[in-house]
Design a protein around this ligand. Structure first.
Ligand code: URA
Length: 203
Protein backbone atom coordinates (compact mmCIF):
# COMPACT_ATOMS: atom_id res chain seq x y z
CA UNK A 1 0.00 0.00 0.00
CA UNK A 2 1.36 3.44 -0.92
CA UNK A 3 2.04 6.12 1.66
CA UNK A 4 -0.80 8.17 0.16
CA UNK A 5 -3.26 5.25 0.48
CA UNK A 6 -2.27 4.79 4.12
CA UNK A 7 -2.82 8.49 4.69
CA UNK A 8 -6.21 8.17 2.97
CA UNK A 9 -7.21 5.49 5.49
CA UNK A 10 -6.19 7.74 8.37
CA UNK A 11 -8.30 10.55 6.90
CA UNK A 12 -11.30 8.22 6.57
CA UNK A 13 -11.12 7.62 10.32
CA UNK A 14 -10.53 11.26 11.29
CA UNK A 15 -12.68 12.73 14.05
CA UNK A 16 -10.80 16.02 14.47
CA UNK A 17 -13.91 18.20 13.98
CA UNK A 18 -17.66 17.89 14.20
CA UNK A 19 -18.07 17.38 10.43
CA UNK A 20 -17.13 13.75 11.11
CA UNK A 21 -20.48 13.19 12.88
CA UNK A 22 -22.57 13.87 9.78
CA UNK A 23 -20.48 12.48 6.94
CA UNK A 24 -21.31 9.41 4.89
CA UNK A 25 -17.67 9.21 3.90
CA UNK A 26 -14.60 11.36 4.17
CA UNK A 27 -13.09 12.36 0.82
CA UNK A 28 -9.29 12.23 1.08
CA UNK A 29 -8.59 12.91 -2.61
CA UNK A 30 -7.45 10.88 -5.59
CA UNK A 31 -4.98 10.72 -8.42
CA UNK A 32 -1.34 10.25 -9.13
CA UNK A 33 1.06 10.04 -6.19
CA UNK A 34 3.77 11.54 -8.43
CA UNK A 35 1.59 14.25 -9.94
CA UNK A 36 3.24 17.46 -11.08
CA UNK A 37 -0.08 19.27 -10.79
CA UNK A 38 -2.17 19.17 -7.63
CA UNK A 39 -5.65 20.70 -7.72
CA UNK A 40 -7.10 21.75 -4.38
CA UNK A 41 -10.79 22.54 -4.11
CA UNK A 42 -12.95 23.54 -1.19
CA UNK A 43 -14.99 20.73 0.34
CA UNK A 44 -16.94 17.65 -0.70
CA UNK A 45 -20.55 18.18 -1.74
CA UNK A 46 -23.42 15.72 -1.59
CA UNK A 47 -22.22 13.44 -4.41
CA UNK A 48 -18.64 13.41 -3.12
CA UNK A 49 -19.83 12.59 0.41
CA UNK A 50 -21.84 9.67 -0.96
CA UNK A 51 -19.07 8.29 -3.17
CA UNK A 52 -15.98 9.20 -1.12
CA UNK A 53 -14.38 10.73 -4.23
CA UNK A 54 -13.59 14.38 -5.01
CA UNK A 55 -15.31 16.39 -7.72
CA UNK A 56 -17.78 13.79 -8.98
CA UNK A 57 -20.74 16.17 -9.43
CA UNK A 58 -21.42 18.90 -11.98
CA UNK A 59 -18.33 20.94 -11.01
CA UNK A 60 -16.25 17.76 -11.37
CA UNK A 61 -17.58 17.24 -14.87
CA UNK A 62 -16.29 20.68 -15.80
CA UNK A 63 -12.97 19.93 -14.08
CA UNK A 64 -12.66 16.77 -16.22
CA UNK A 65 -13.36 18.89 -19.29
CA UNK A 66 -10.65 21.35 -18.23
CA UNK A 67 -8.15 18.53 -17.80
CA UNK A 68 -9.01 17.17 -21.26
CA UNK A 69 -8.36 20.64 -22.64
CA UNK A 70 -4.69 20.29 -21.65
CA UNK A 71 -4.52 16.60 -22.63
CA UNK A 72 -4.56 15.28 -19.08
CA UNK A 73 -6.86 13.01 -17.12
CA UNK A 74 -7.50 12.42 -13.44
CA UNK A 75 -4.82 9.73 -13.43
CA UNK A 76 -2.16 12.31 -14.32
CA UNK A 77 -2.90 14.83 -11.56
CA UNK A 78 -3.92 14.80 -7.91
CA UNK A 79 -7.25 16.25 -6.79
CA UNK A 80 -8.00 17.07 -3.17
CA UNK A 81 -9.92 19.55 -1.05
CA UNK A 82 -8.96 21.79 1.85
CA UNK A 83 -11.49 20.00 4.01
CA UNK A 84 -12.22 16.32 3.68
CA UNK A 85 -15.80 16.09 4.98
CA UNK A 86 -18.97 17.69 3.66
CA UNK A 87 -20.21 20.77 5.53
CA UNK A 88 -23.97 20.47 6.16
CA UNK A 89 -26.02 21.89 3.31
CA UNK A 90 -22.78 22.71 1.46
CA UNK A 91 -22.23 25.80 3.59
CA UNK A 92 -18.85 27.53 3.54
CA UNK A 93 -16.18 25.77 5.58
CA UNK A 94 -15.59 27.37 9.00
CA UNK A 95 -12.15 28.57 10.08
CA UNK A 96 -11.87 25.91 12.81
CA UNK A 97 -12.77 23.15 10.30
CA UNK A 98 -10.16 24.41 7.86
CA UNK A 99 -7.58 24.51 10.63
CA UNK A 100 -8.45 21.02 11.90
CA UNK A 101 -8.14 19.56 8.41
CA UNK A 102 -4.97 21.41 7.32
CA UNK A 103 -2.50 18.79 8.63
CA UNK A 104 -3.99 16.21 6.24
CA UNK A 105 -3.46 18.49 3.26
CA UNK A 106 0.06 19.34 4.42
CA UNK A 107 0.91 15.64 4.56
CA UNK A 108 -0.59 15.01 1.12
CA UNK A 109 1.46 17.84 -0.36
CA UNK A 110 4.61 16.54 1.35
CA UNK A 111 4.14 13.09 -0.19
CA UNK A 112 3.16 14.27 -3.68
CA UNK A 113 5.55 17.23 -3.93
CA UNK A 114 3.70 18.73 -6.88
CA UNK A 115 5.46 21.23 -9.15
CA UNK A 116 2.37 23.45 -9.12
CA UNK A 117 -0.49 23.72 -6.62
CA UNK A 118 -3.65 24.92 -8.34
CA UNK A 119 -6.05 26.44 -5.85
CA UNK A 120 -9.69 26.20 -6.93
CA UNK A 121 -11.85 28.96 -5.51
CA UNK A 122 -11.38 31.61 -2.87
CA UNK A 123 -11.17 29.38 0.22
CA UNK A 124 -8.40 27.27 -1.23
CA UNK A 125 -6.58 30.36 -2.48
CA UNK A 126 -6.91 32.12 0.87
CA UNK A 127 -5.27 29.18 2.60
CA UNK A 128 -2.08 29.43 0.55
CA UNK A 129 -1.95 32.93 -0.91
CA UNK A 130 -4.12 35.10 1.32
CA UNK A 131 -4.80 38.77 1.04
CA UNK A 132 -6.06 39.34 -2.50
CA UNK A 133 -9.46 38.88 -4.13
CA UNK A 134 -9.61 35.98 -6.57
CA UNK A 135 -10.90 38.31 -9.30
CA UNK A 136 -7.53 40.07 -9.21
CA UNK A 137 -5.12 37.16 -9.02
CA UNK A 138 -6.63 34.17 -10.87
CA UNK A 139 -4.42 32.84 -13.65
CA UNK A 140 -1.23 34.40 -12.28
CA UNK A 141 1.34 32.13 -10.62
CA UNK A 142 2.60 33.04 -7.16
CA UNK A 143 5.87 31.68 -5.84
CA UNK A 144 5.99 31.29 -2.07
CA UNK A 145 8.49 29.43 0.11
CA UNK A 146 9.74 27.40 -2.85
CA UNK A 147 6.27 26.33 -4.03
CA UNK A 148 4.43 27.64 -7.05
CA UNK A 149 0.73 28.36 -6.56
CA UNK A 150 -1.68 28.99 -9.40
CA UNK A 151 -5.03 30.42 -8.27
CA UNK A 152 -8.08 29.62 -10.38
CA UNK A 153 -11.78 30.23 -10.00
CA UNK A 154 -13.67 27.24 -8.64
CA UNK A 155 -15.16 25.18 -11.51
CA UNK A 156 -18.57 25.50 -9.83
CA UNK A 157 -18.40 29.27 -10.37
CA UNK A 158 -18.84 28.63 -14.09
CA UNK A 159 -22.05 26.75 -13.37
CA UNK A 160 -23.57 29.86 -11.80
CA UNK A 161 -21.89 32.40 -14.07
CA UNK A 162 -21.53 31.25 -17.66
CA UNK A 163 -19.17 34.12 -18.54
CA UNK A 164 -16.51 32.61 -16.23
CA UNK A 165 -16.32 29.43 -18.31
CA UNK A 166 -13.97 30.93 -20.88
CA UNK A 167 -11.93 32.72 -18.19
CA UNK A 168 -11.39 29.41 -16.36
CA UNK A 169 -10.52 27.62 -19.60
CA UNK A 170 -8.00 30.33 -20.52
CA UNK A 171 -6.35 30.05 -17.08
CA UNK A 172 -6.19 26.26 -17.38
CA UNK A 173 -4.46 26.55 -20.74
CA UNK A 174 -1.60 28.45 -19.12
CA UNK A 175 -0.61 25.41 -17.05
CA UNK A 176 1.29 23.31 -19.65
CA UNK A 177 3.55 26.25 -20.56
CA UNK A 178 4.13 27.07 -16.91
CA UNK A 179 5.03 23.48 -16.14
CA UNK A 180 7.34 23.33 -19.13
CA UNK A 181 9.24 26.43 -18.06
CA UNK A 182 9.55 25.10 -14.50
CA UNK A 183 10.92 21.79 -15.75
CA UNK A 184 13.32 23.55 -18.12
CA UNK A 185 14.59 25.68 -15.24
CA UNK A 186 15.01 22.58 -13.07
CA UNK A 187 16.99 20.78 -15.81
CA UNK A 188 19.25 23.82 -16.20
CA UNK A 189 19.86 24.00 -12.45
CA UNK A 190 20.67 20.29 -12.32
CA UNK A 191 23.14 20.66 -15.16
CA UNK A 192 24.75 23.59 -13.33
CA UNK A 193 25.15 21.41 -10.22
CA UNK A 194 26.78 18.52 -12.13
CA UNK A 195 30.52 18.13 -11.59
CA UNK A 196 32.46 19.23 -14.71
CA UNK A 197 33.04 16.43 -17.22
CA UNK A 198 36.60 15.12 -16.89
CA UNK A 199 38.74 16.08 -19.84
CA UNK A 200 40.25 12.88 -21.17
CA UNK A 201 43.63 13.38 -22.73
CA UNK A 202 43.50 10.82 -25.50
CA UNK A 203 46.40 12.10 -27.56
N1 URA B 1 -16.45 21.21 -4.82
C1 URA B 1 -15.25 21.09 -4.21
O1 URA B 1 -14.63 22.09 -3.85
N2 URA B 1 -14.77 19.90 -4.03
C2 URA B 1 -15.39 18.78 -4.42
O2 URA B 1 -14.85 17.71 -4.21
C3 URA B 1 -16.62 18.94 -5.07
C4 URA B 1 -17.13 20.15 -5.26
Amino acid sequence: MTELCKLGQEIENCRACKLADRRTSAVPGEGNEHAELMFIGEAPGENEDRQGRPFVGAAGKFLDELLTLINLSRQDVYIANIIKCRPPGNRDPLPDEILACKPWLDRQIKIIQPRIIITLGRFSMALFVPGKPIGKCHGAPVSKNGTLYFPMYHPAAALHQQSLREVIKADMQKLPGLLESLNREKALNMRRDEPPVQQLNLF
